[in-house]
Each structure stands twice: as structure tokens, then as C-alpha cells.
Design a binder for this molecule. Structure first.
Ligand SMILES: Nc1ncnc2c1ncn2[C@@H]1O[C@H](COP(=O)(O)OP(=O)(O)OP(=O)(O)O)[C@@H](O)[C@H]1O
Ligand SMILES: [Mg+2]
Length: 322
């Protein structure tokens, strides 16, 4: 549904995108990640026909971007990072206008606009001028206009940034509900959100894709993610057990938590887990729980984008010092 080949974009001497290629299949929801300035917005603007690439090509919803830009625009709903809207139009009025532009039949416009106002939490402000809305409400309008015309492909640039927690939950649910019926590429800096919504993520760093395909929840296909975390809880001497765990072969690090410890292991969990259990028991602990956590998307992101080589324990947990 989205096929990108060798996309490159320069802004003067800045190489914003460097030979990026990827595919998104129909019905897939793919998260687009990367540090600030990585090139996410640039890619999304190109895919929606708002910006021309310096070189490379893309097909979106069956149309070539260079030769059929209008066909692409009709089939794609785009929510840009900075939503530039007609400030002196009413909310519902603006959405009707966009429906008209997208060729929605007149008889269907009112119904579709009413439904979208409801789904994006805008019903109460339907008569307000867009220019008088708060940041979060303006973002909702940006999302609603992207959804007009039920486009096959949605490109959403940080759709939940700046929204309040209630609205974040609703928008996530909305995006999740598109699984299987629409193709969605969305960017976000909230990794837990991406892990919860997407089957797959693309990670961009300095204009290059640093991972082709990674499952969002379980990043285990990535070679960089060969470390796992085992979460242990026990009753008994905290310190003695923690010290014992740190000495087990294959244990990289032990992070003390409220209930017990998170043990970072390097190696085969099937071999290391029994050794962990033995060490808890040997140190006089009564084991209450053992759970595999796997490498988190956050670990993977930090490692692949080179920002967190010393990020172990950076979540504020206290490290055991055996
Ligand atoms: N109009 C522009 N003129 C010059 N440079 C630009 C322009 N737009 C983007 N850039 C540069 O291109 C690079 C990629 O920017 P882009 O906005 O695509 O990053 P991003 O991944 O969306 O970042 P963020 O997470 O901060 O939104 C950056 O180095 C940025 O400074
Ligand atoms: Mg951006």
C-alpha cells in the first residue's frame, strides 16, 4: 500500500533523508520512530505529496507519487505535525469544506462530518472558530480533517502530542480500530504508545532507516536486542538475594524494584532462568514470581539511535552493587 524506494531529500546542505526504502502492506499499522530531526516529518510530507523528494520514488495506494500526485492526495489522509488550518472558519464548516475538496458526495457530507466530530471529541466546539481553539483541540481538527473521506491510507505525524490524557486514550483506540481496514503510518515519541498500537515499527536516525522491520512489542528479531529482562519477586532477605543474583553466570545487571528485582541477562533465557531460581532459593528467598519481560522498544530505540549506550537503569530504579 505504501512502497518507498531510495527516498532522499536535501534542504540546502542538510541531508534530511538518505536513501530510505520500506514497504507498508494494506491494513497494517506501522509506527514511525526516531529522534528529533531524524527525518520523520520530511518522509511523511513526501508520501502525502506536500513535499517533493530530491530523488527516489514512492507508490501510495497504487499510484506513483511523481506522475499521479492528485490521485495520491485523494486516497491519503494526512495529519501534519503543525496543522495549518483556516482560522476564521468554524470547526464543522472547515470539515465540510475539506469533504467537498476530497470529493465526498454532498448528501454524505453532513453525516460524515457529524460522525468525525464525535469520534475526535469535537462535537462541543463544532461552531467555534478554528483560530480560537486551544492547541489540543486544533490537533483534533487536524486529525478529523485527515479522516474525512475515509481514506485508505492514513499518515499521522505525532497525532497524540499535546493532547490531554483522556483524548490520548481515545485517539489511540481510534487508530487501533483501523487495523485491517486502513493502512496507517504514524509517528510518535511515546514508545509505549507505539508498542501498544502497532505490529511493526520503522526507526529512522539521521535520515537513514536503522531497522527495517521490528515487531513493536517483541523486538526479538533485531540482532541488537539479544538481551532480555527477567522480573523476579520473592519474600525474604532483599540484599542477600540481590547479591546472589548478580553473581549468576549470564547476568549482566540487577535492578532493585519494589517487589524484587529486574535481572538483565545476556544469553539463552532457558538456561539462565533455572540458575536464577536456584540462586534465590540458595540465598534464603521464597520465590513468588518470575516473568520474562524481553527487550523493550525503548531499549531498542536507544541502542539503535545511538542515544543511550549507558541507559541501563535510567528509569530511576536503583542499581545493586554487588
Ligand atoms: N524546511 C526546512 N528547511 C531546512 N531544513 C529542514 C526543513 N525541514 C526540515 N529540515 C531539517 O531536516 C531534518 C529532518 O527534519 P524532520 O522535521 O523531518 O525531522 P523529524 O524526524 O520529524 O523530527 P521531530 O521528531 O523533531 O519532529 C532536520 O535536520 C531538520 O532540521
Ligand atoms: Mg517531525
Amino acid at each position: 500500500m505504501i512502497e518507498v524506494k531510495g527516498l532522499t531529500r536535501r534542504y540546502g546542505s542538510t541531508l534530511a533523508l538518505d536513501d530510505v526504502s520500506f514497504d507498508v502492506a494494506a491494513g497494517e499499522i506501522v509506527g514511525f520512530l526516531g529522534p528529533n530531526g531524524a527525518g520523520k516529518s520530511t518522509t511523511m510530507k513526501i508520501l502525502t505529496g506536500s513535499l517533493a523528494p530530491t530523488s527516489g520514488s514512492a507508490r501510495v495506494a497504487g499510484h506513483d507519487l511523481a506522475s499521479e500526485p492528485l490521485a495520491v492526495r485523494r486516497k491519503v489522509g494526512f495529519m501534519p505535525e503543525h496543522v495549518a488550518l483556516y482560522g476564521d472558519m468554524g470547526v464543522a464548516e472547515l470539515l465540510r469544506f475539506v469533504a467537498e475538496l476530497k470529493g465526498t458526495p454532498a448528501a454524505l457530507q453532513a453525516g460524515q462530518v457529524a460522525q468525525l466530530l464525535d469520534r475526535t471529541g469535537l462535537s462541543d466546539v463544532r461552531h467555534r472558530l478554528v483560530g480560537t481553539l486551544s492547541h489540543g483541540y486544533r490537533k483534533r481538527v487536524g486529525l478529523a480533517q485527515a479522516l474525512i473521506g475515509e481514506p485508505e491510507v492514513l499518515v499521522l505525524d505525532e497525532p497524540t502530542s499535546g493532547l490531554d490524557p483522556h483524548q490520548i486514550v481515545e485517539i489511540r483506540e481510534l487508530i487501533r480500530s483501523f487495523r485491517g481496514t486502513r493502512t496507517v503510518l504514524f509517528s510518535s515519541h511515546i514508545l509505549s504508545e507505539v508498542a501498544a498500537i502497532c505490529e511493526r515499527v520503522l526507526i529512522l536516525d539521521k535520515g537513514r532507516l536503522v531497522t527495517g522491520e521490528v515487531a513493536a512489542g517483541l523486538a526479538q528479531d533485531a540482532p541488537a536486542a539479544s538481551r532480555n529482562t527477567v522480573v523476579l519477586s520473592w519474600d525474604g532477605d532483599r540484599e542477600a538475594v540481590t547479591r546472589a543474583l548478580a553473581l549468576v553466570t549470564g547476568v549482566d545487571n540487577v535492578i532493585v524494584t519494589d517487589q524484587g528485582a529486574e535481572v538483565l541477562i545476556a544469553g539463552n533465557p532457558v538456561e539462565i532462568r533455572p540458575r536464577l531460581v536456584e540462586s534465590v532459593l540458595a540465598a534464603g528467598g521464597r520465590l513468588q514470581g518470575l516473568q520474562d519481560k524481553g527487550p523493550s522498544l525503548e531499549d531498542l530505540f536507544l541502542r539503535l539511535t545511538g542515544a543511550g549506550r549507558d541507559a541501563d537503569g535510567a528509569d530511576g530504579a536503583e542499581e545493586a552493587r554487588p
